[in-house]
Ligand binder design. Sequence first.
Ligand code: ASP
Length: 327
Amino acid sequence: MKLAKTVGANCFFALMLFSAAATELAQEPARSGSPEKAPEDQSKMQTKKFGLVIHGGAGTIDRSNMTPEREREYRAGLERALAAGYEILKRGGSSLDATEAAVRVLEDDPHFNAGKGAVFTSAGTNELDAAIMDGKTLKAGTVAAINGVELLRDQKYFYTQERWDALQKIKTAEKHRTGRAGKVFVITDQDRHGTVGAVALDQNGDLAAATSTGGTTNKRPGRVGDSPVIGAGTYANNATCAVSATGDGEYFIRATVAHDVSALMEYRGMSLNEAAQTVLEKVAKLGGTGGLIAIDRQGNIALPFNTSGMYRGYVDPNGKLVVEIYK
Ligand code: ASP
């Protein structure tokens, strides 16, 4: 992903089967003097599974607050990201490259809270968190609370009027607030959220996960969310699954969400879907909201969330790009 690489880091509800997305003839070693392939050899066609799932943040996403035009823009952004990652997987590229490519597209899209369009801190700055993890080697690269200067980007690149207005709304509300401190729900979750992420399985059977975010509006400078914390917002392990989460970061860290999904599969033998649901329930019990995307080594996917919507997408077994927003 762009953020991670720039700083030198190297780094469900439905259960669906990704299969037959690509087929290729099994490479039988040629036997000398063997006849032409008999028809039955065709049955040795080998199916290579691969898959890609992305998210653009979970939160209160109501149809009533969404204009058709805005919805089209969100959907188009998600489709572009899916297409970028899928293209790489289709031609045999790595899951690491595919997740990076998908996340890059969403980082450059001002609708999402990552890269351009990132939310503002209470100091009016943008601080970005991101992580990418390779399930084959368990190597990971993460960056936290970095800003435009470190990224050699003009701070203006990240600016969008909408995110700035969201910060002003919350600040005004804070000024007029009396009583105990707590969450200020003056701006909608739509203003707050929009973290992006991708998980993929490639034709070699390798898994990868990537997550990128501006965090939460009005966060304290230096605050680090779950996205760059390996095992909380991001995790990938070829033995189990790849996970990218979105939601109230503090809760996702405390529930070690991404690693817990993997651990339930590894130690309890749970299915991906069961593990993902179980962990999200744990987050909800703590009081956290959000969702996650996950893919396992067989290509099963899970996209659970406990909010009214989550920007999300996946590629179906026929190679069709599917984008969904609401519950
Ligand atoms: N999880 C992100 C954070 O807490 C925010 C989000 O996903 O909306 O930084």
